[in-house]
Design a protein around this ligand. Structure first.
Ligand SMILES: [Fe+2]
Length: 391
């Protein structure tokens, strides 16, 4: 059945190619400036990736006004303010973010005050606070997970209050996303697997969420196919640039999908253990994905049945129920395989979550902003059963 109404828009230009991160200067001409400030983190800098990209930009006539490498694991308010201050002080006219989700979100967050001045929290918290475009933002992802290079959201950590602040706006969408698998080559197996499972979770949740549409369905299915066919290959052999490329594309498609139809209870539970036990986001999603699918089973089993063959399962002759179960089975099989490669933990007890925290996780999942998009109402006592299964 078609939705009564939906809309779809993606303002970000996406370019893909092996080695493209060192050869995209000509793409910056249409952004109206050649003065850029670079945002990255210490790991990416130490790997030498920042220098490679910067040298290529300089030789292409781009002026780099300054750099900031101190983005922490979760982009913090302090670092966002510092990026904005330095970019303004050095008279940059645009930002280039080179890194994973935190680096990208830090650059997105900084772009509010870098472009318009004011106070990040007081003036721009929440959704749709902007009425005009921000300064040009170019993003080169070094992980294949968040899809943040094509989403309208930025998550910034409020260290003082131990909460994650969500900013979302059409104008936060980057102008240009440069997808180059070479930039993701140095990700270790654990990070490859966990960020890839985050992307898979985006695709599955966007596919079954209450705001899904034919457009997001198409993107989600394509994303799931790319990720399922390549996550093990990319984890086993980081130099497999075909697999790395497919993971980047899969994560990007999933990002565009969930930017429109949002995530659901798996992310709700993952956010909860991210806050309570500091479990990294991708690992948290990997642990909860099959359990969240079980929670939503009755509401979206027709959709799960359609996903099973995309996940490589044979459903010929099966009932809808049995075909849908195959999709959950495929996810469990995949996480078990990644676990055997020592790339993923499987259970909550393995990541520092204690049994007495399970009810808290259930309650936090209900309160999480994602619960309103989940196909089944998120009720603490009911989802607790599945959280216990994940323990
Ligand atoms: Fe996520």
């Amino acid at each position: 059945m078609l939705p009564e109404f939906y809309q779809f828009q993606n303002r970000t230009k996406v370019i893909y190619g092996q080695g493209l991160a060192l050869d995209f200067t000509h793409e910056l001409e249409e952004l109206g400036t050649n003065k850029f400030f670079i945002v990255s983190d210490r790991i990416i800098e130490k790997l030498g990736l920042v220098k490679q990209v910067k040298d290529a930009l300089l030789s292409g006539g781009i002026e780099i006004t300054g750099e900031f490498f101190d983005v922490p694991q979760d982009a913090s308010i302090t670092c966002v303010k510092e990026i904005s201050r330095l970019a303004t002080e050095t008279k940059a006219k645009g930002l280039i973010a080179l890194g994973g989700g935190s680096v990208i979100d830090a650059a997105k967050g900084a772009n509010f005050t870098f472009t318009l001045g004011g106070d990040l929290i007081e003036d721009y918290s929440g959704a749709a606070t902007l009425t005009q475009p921000l300064n040009p933002l170019v993003v080169i992802p070094t992980t294949a997970g968040t899809g943040s290079e094509c989403t309208l959201a930025a998550i910034i950590y409020d260290v003082e209050n131990k909460t994650k602040l969500a900013f979302s706006d059409q104008f936060l969408l980057p102008n240009l996303a440069v997808l180059d698998p070479v930039m993701t080559r140095s990700m270790p197996p654990g990070l490859t697997a966990s960020t890839g499972m985050d992307a898979l979770t985006h695709a599955v949740e966007a596919y079954v969420g209450i705001d899904s549409s034919p457009h997001t369905d198409a993107l989600s299915v394509a994303a799931i196919e790319h990720i399922f066919n390549n996550i093990v290959r990319a984890t086993e052999n980081g130099d497999d640039l075909e697999a790395r490329g497919s993971m980047l594309i899969g994560a990007n498609l999933a990002g565009i999908a969930f930017s429109h139809s949002m995530c659901g209870c798996v992310h709700g539970m993952a956010h909860a253990i991210g806050g309570l036990a500091r479990v990294p986001h991708g690992i948290a999603n990997a642990i909860f994905l099959s359990h969240g699918m079980e929670y939503n089973f009755e509401q979206v089993k027709e959709k799960f049945a359609r996903l099973a063959p995309v996940m490589g399962e044979d459903i010929s002759g099966l009932s809808i129920d049995n075909a849908a179960q195959k999709a959950i089975f495929a996810v469990k099989k995949l996480t078990a395989r990644l676990n055997r490669l020592d790339a993923l933990p499987l259970r909550l007890r393995d990541v520092g979550v204690s049994e007495d925290q399970l009810l808290k996780i259930a309650k936090a999942a209900v309160e999480d902003g994602t619960s309103i998009y989940n196909p089944r109402e998120v009720v603490a006592e009911e989802i607790l059963v599945h959280i216990k299964n994940a323990y």
